[in-house]
Design a protein around this ligand. Structure first.
Ligand code: PEP
Ligand code: MG
Length: 734
């Protein structure tokens, strides 16, 4: 297969060699055409005139049977098999015994290799095994570019264009080219020169891989890769699975390289699983693919993701799942879109995608199965759709949509300096959520009133060691410099859960979202917290400083943290440094227990901010990053809205400034409900400021408050439809 001849000449030679090695009168090769039929493309023994003229419909004949079931079949008396299809032009009536093996690629049949004999003979296991290995070599070689004709290719995808549905993470639309986050390794060296060496290489790679998986589970840094515990458990099971190892050994024994053996076993396993009726088995395909891919990466000596390689100008990154830090590894100038197969819309990678302003969707099931590196793609994060290899019509429809989007943006830009005032003269403060330097221009571009949430952990998540005091000071100072007179709320380090800092080993936890995170870590390890406070105090230099404490569950935590902050302030003064003109310390309300401590907390806090992402996940006990449950409960349910209203009423009672900085604040319908409940300040992703401002300008807040009074008493899972109706009736732009 490696010789420099035409694909046809190579295939002719292959069938001839197989026939003579197996001592068979006939060896033929069929490949799938674009229409799904199988074409005889090379033969030794059958009538040469039949080559390219014999076509079998899908499922037709014994060859069709092998193709359909994707497994080897042999028959001692083929002609008397009910599926036998007689083709006079081939001259095969003289042959009785038949063995056929599928040519598989990605678990799909792209052709069939057959051997026939005049006698009614039984083919040995080793012969069938050798045929399968040959079939694999043919598949890989054809995929590497050896196309036989226009109609017959190694393509496994029948439809060139495909459409997938997912959940929108952001609002925009992007056209670009696919970059697989975990690149598929192309196996080029197929035939082993030294079988023992290949065995040792494979052994070593499996040891490295299992070591890595065990390590990740022990360290509990699963979330860096956005991986769930379950997935790693599945990996571990597979990696230790004897059946899998035995199949790899058998593949090696037929003379394949370690890489080719992994590829072959992956193909066979996929082919089997794809045909299982139980969909749970199909879910496992992902695990096999991931595991095989990782193993191939170990064999090729590289363990990196696509972020470190070269990217096209308009990259649309596709992954099963990933962590926020991994997304930040990509070159932002070239990143246009993100498509994930798994993960909730409020997961932290989703938040980072939104902050980057890229078109992003999640829960796009089955896309990895259908996509190839470099495919053209359109991510429509408004409609929650992905178009792969789109037709010209789809491309021009989307180009129109992109132009429309630009016009809309221009309208929002025109609102930039218009204060967000409701029809009944209620001023609503619109702030942005930020976390990195690249967020800064957004403050001016969006016309926001300030930064309502600065997620300081992002700096920690993207660096490879703890940012030093001076590095932290520098970042905070530049943020304050560019914010000018506009307020900035710095949230103290909120790590843990799915926000992992790779160099800080916290140890594995059963329930990281409920574990040692945020303020809990800060109070147990005050050195880290104090360094950060020191950096913030130094950065302020005579300006106002607002510090917000995440994940407060008990008022005493707020008091202890505040005492630490005061101590740092005393030290600052002692060193003769300029103190902030005003220091305000606030708490995030994101743990339900605080709802019943509001009367003790609110008098102590200078301001509070509802972290609705966490508050809603804890209220409903539904993991925000797990798409099986995250969509089950709605923040627009009477239950959640009543909780928010309780906070509004308490804040009014105590005169404590209140805002909300969860992702819901950036969705016009949700933001409308919040204003109706009495929120007069909310904080959101920068791209949402325009649409939310348009909503505010068209809303009568008092009218909505009255409507909510009745709606909140109703027994409903969600008020979403009622609120949409309100907006439609009263002309609110949502
Ligand atoms: C929240 O929980 O709503 C919040 C704003 O914080 P984060 O999303 O960073 O956990
Ligand atoms: Mg939170």
């Amino acid at each position: 297969m490696a010789e420099h001849e035409s694909a046809q000449a190579r295939l002719d030679k292959v069938v001839m060699l197989i026939a003579s090695n197996i001592v068979a009168e006939v060896c033929s090769l069929y490949l799938r055409r674009r229409d799904g039929s199988l074409e005889l493309v090379a033969t030794e023994g059958l009538n040469p005139g039949a080559v390219h003229n014999t076509h079998l419909k899908p499922g037709e004949g014994l060859v069709g049977l092998v193709a359909e079931q994707a497994e080897p079949k042999q028959f001692a008396d083929a002609q008397h098999h009910p599926a036998f299809s007689y083709r006079p032009e081939t001259g095969e009536e003289a042959y009785h015994s038949f063995v056929g093996v599928p040519i598989l690629r990605g678990g799909h049949t792209i052709g069939v290799l057959t051997v026939q004999n005049r006698t009614m003979r039984q083919y040995g296991d080793e012969e069938v095994e050798a045929l399968q290995t040959t079939a694999m070599v043919i598949a890989e070689t054809l995929a590497a570019g050896g196309i036989v004709s226009d109609e017959v290719t190694a393509e496994t995808r029948r439809d060139s264009n495909a459409r997938f549905m997912g959940q929108p993470i952001s609002e925009s639309v992007a056209l670009g080219h696919v970059v697989l986050h975990e690149p598929r390794i192309v196996v080029t060296r197929l035939i082993a020169e030294d079988v023992d060496l290949e065995r040792r290489r494979l052994q070593q790679a499996i040891e490295d891989l299992t070591g890595q998986i065990d390590d990740m589970m022990e360290r509990g840094d699963l979330a860096r890769a956005g991986e769930h515990h379950e997935v790693l458990e599945a990996f571990r099971m597979f990696a230790h699975d004897h059946g899998w190892r035995r199949r790899l050994d058998e593949a090696l024994a037929t003379g394949l390289t370690a890489e080719a053996a992994v590829q072959r076993v992956r193909n066979d396993t996929r082919a089997r699983m794809l045909r299982m009726p139980d969909p749970r088995f199909r879910d496992r395909l992902h695990d096999i693919d991931d595991l095989s891919n990782r193993l191939l990466r170990f064999l090729s000596g590289g363990t990196e993701t696509a972020a470190t390689g070269s990217l096209p100008e308009d990259a649309i990154v596709i992954a099963r799942t990933m962590g926020p830090a991994e997304l930040l590894d990509y070159d932002r100038q070239r990143l246009r879109g993100l498509v994930l197969e798994e993960g909730g819309v409020n997961s932290h990678v989703a938040i980072v995608a939104r902050a980057l302003g890229i078109a992003a969707i999640t829960q796009c099931k089955g896309v990895l199965e259908a996509v190839e590196q470099g495919d053209a793609a359109i991510v429509d994060a408004q409609g929650g759709e992905l178009h792969l290899r789109p037709t010209q019509e789809v491309i021009s429809a989307y180009s129109d949509k992109v132009r429309f989007q630009a016009r809309k943006q221009a309208q929002y830009a025109a609102l930039r300096n218009v204060p967000a005032m409701t029809l009944d003269d209620q001023r609503v403060g619109l702030h942005i959520n930020a976390g990195l330097l690249f967020d800064l221009p957004h403050l001016d571009q969006s016309g926001a009133d300030g930064i309502g949430l600065f997620r300081t952990e992002l700096q920690f998540m993207i660096s490879s060691t703890f940012p030093r005091l001076d590095q932290q000071t520098r970042l905070y100072k530049s943020i304050l410099d560019s914010a000018g007179k506009r307020p900035v709320v710095f949230r103290s380090l909120d790590v843990g859960g799915d926000k992992v800092i790779p160099y800080f080993r916290a140890g594995a936890e059963e329930n990281p979202a409920l574990g040692w995170r945020a303020i809990r870590m800060a109070l147990d390890r005050p050195a880290l917290f104090r360094t950060q406070i020191r950096a913030l105090l130094r950065a302020a230099q005579g300006r106002e400083l607002r510090v917000m404490l995440p994940m407060i569950s008990d008022v005493s935590e707020f008091e202890t943290a505040r005492a630490l902050i005061d101590r740092e302030l005393t030290i600052l003064k002692k060193h003769g440094r300029t103190e902030p003109s005003k220091l305000m310390v606030g708490a995030m309300i994101e743990v339900p227990a605080l709802l019943w401590q509001l009367d003790s907390l609110l008098p102590l806090a200078d301001f509070v901010s509802v972290g609705s992402n966490d508050l809603v996940q804890f209220l409903f006990a539904a993991d925000r990053g797990n798409d099986r449950v995250s969509g089950r409960f709605d923040a627009l349910s009477p239950a959640a809205l009543r909780a928010f209203r309780q906070i509004v009423l308490a804040a009014d009672r105590h005169g404590t400034p209140l805002t909300l900085c969860g992702e819901m604040a950036g969705r016009p319908l949700e933001a409308m409900a919040l204003v109706g409940l009495g929120f007069r300040s909310i904080s959101m992703a920068p791209a949402s400021v325009g649409p939310v401002k348009a909503m505010v300008l068209s809303l009568d807040a008092e009218n909505l408050r009255r409507r909510l009074d009745t709606l909140l008493e109703e027994r409903k899972t969600s008020l979403r439809e009622d609120l949409k109706r309100f907006a439609a009736e009263t002309g609110v732009q949502i």
